[in-house]
Design a protein around this ligand. Structure first.
Ligand SMILES: *Cc1c(COP(=O)(O)O)cnc(C)c1O
Length: 230
C-alpha cells in the first residue's frame, strides 16, 4: 500500500509540533498543510485518512488534474495554491480555498478582479521575501507598509495572513530572523486592519523552528510522503 508509514510519520510530526509550540510560548494552534505536489491522488486520500483537511500544490495545472481523481470523503479536502501564479491562471482560483502566494501588486489586482466578479472575496496570504532571495518571489518587507493600506481597498480579496519561505541550508539564527521577519510583516497587515491571523511558514527541514517562532500553518511534503517524484 502506498504511503503505508504515513500515519506514523504524521504522529511523529504532531508530537514535534506540540513540543515546539510549548518551547516557543506563542500558544498557537498549528495546521498541517500536506504538500502533495508530484504525488498522486492517493497522497491526498492518505492525508485525509490521517485527519488532515488541507493540501498544498504549487502548480495550478497539476492540482486541476488531481482534484477530480480524488475519491470518497477526501473529495472535500481544502486545496491551497502555494506556488507562483501567472495572471492568465487567476481564473482557476475557484478550485482553491486559499492562495498562499500573493507575491506582487499586479497579482493582487488580478485576484481582486476575480473575487469581485464572483461576488466572494478570495482568501489569500501575502508572500513575503524576508531574506531578499533573488530566486524567490514575494513582497520585500519594505513594501509591506504601503501595500497593506492599498490591499484594504481591494475588496475582492481577503488577507488571511502571511506566507514565507526560509532559504535552504542556513543556520538556526538565520531561520529565526526570517521567521520573525514574517511575523513582523503580519503585524504590519494587522495594524492596517486586516484579520491576518495566519502565519504559514516552515517546511520539512525547518518546521520546528517555524512553530517556535509562531507558525500557524506548516507546509510539509517530503517529511510526510517521502522523496518527490521528478
Ligand atoms: C514543495 C513546497 C513545500 C514542501 O516542501 P518539503 O520540503 O518537501 O516539505 C512547502 N512550501 C512550498 C511553497 C513548496 O513549494
Amino acid at each position: 500500500m502506498p504511503f503505508s508509514d504515513f500515519d506514523e510519520r504524521l504522529a511523529e510530526v504532531r508530537g514535534r509540533i506540540a513540543a515546539a509550540v510549548a518551547r516557543g510560548g506563542h500558544g498557537q494552534a498549528v495546521r498541517i498543510v500536506a504538500v502533495t505536489k508530484t504525488h498522486g491522488p492517493d497522497a491526498v486520500e492518505a492525508a485525509w485518512r490521517g485527519g488532515l483537511r488541507d493540501v498544498g500544490e504549487n502548480k495550478v495545472q497539476e492540482a486541476l488534474e488531481k482534484q477530480p481523481a480524488v475519491t470518497g470523503e477526501a473529495a472535500a479536502m481544502r486545496w491551497h495554491l502555494i506556488g507562483h501564479l501567472q495572471r492568465n491562471k487567476v481564473k482557476n482560483l475557484g478550485a482553491f480555498s486559499l492562495l498562499q502566494a500573493l507575491d506582487r501588486p499586479s497579482l493582487a489586482d488580478a485576484v481582486n478582479d476575480f473575487g469581485t466578479h464572483r461576488g466572494e472575496p478570495m482568501p489569500v496570504l501575502v508572500q513575503v521575501n524576508v531574506a531578499g532571495e533573488e530566486t524567490k518571489g514575494g513582497y520585500e518587507p519594505s513594501m509591506m507598509e504601503g501595500e497593506s493600506v492599498r490591499l484594504r481597498s481591494l475588496t475582492g480579496l481577503r488577507v488571511d495572513g502571511v506566507m514565507a519561505m526560509a532559504p535552504f541550508d542556513v543556520d538556526e539564527a538565520t531561520l529565526r530572523r526570517v521567521f520573525s521577519g514574517a511575523r513582523a510583516a503580519q503585524s504590519v497587515l494587522r495594524k492596517a486592519g486586516h484579520e491576518a491571523s495566519e502565519l504559514s511558514m516552515g517546511m520539512s527541514g525547518d518546521y520546528e523552528v517555524a512553530v517556535e517562532e509562531g507558525a500557524t500553518m506548516v507546509r510539509l511534503g517530503s517529511l510526510l510522503f517521502g522523496a518527490r517524484h521528478a
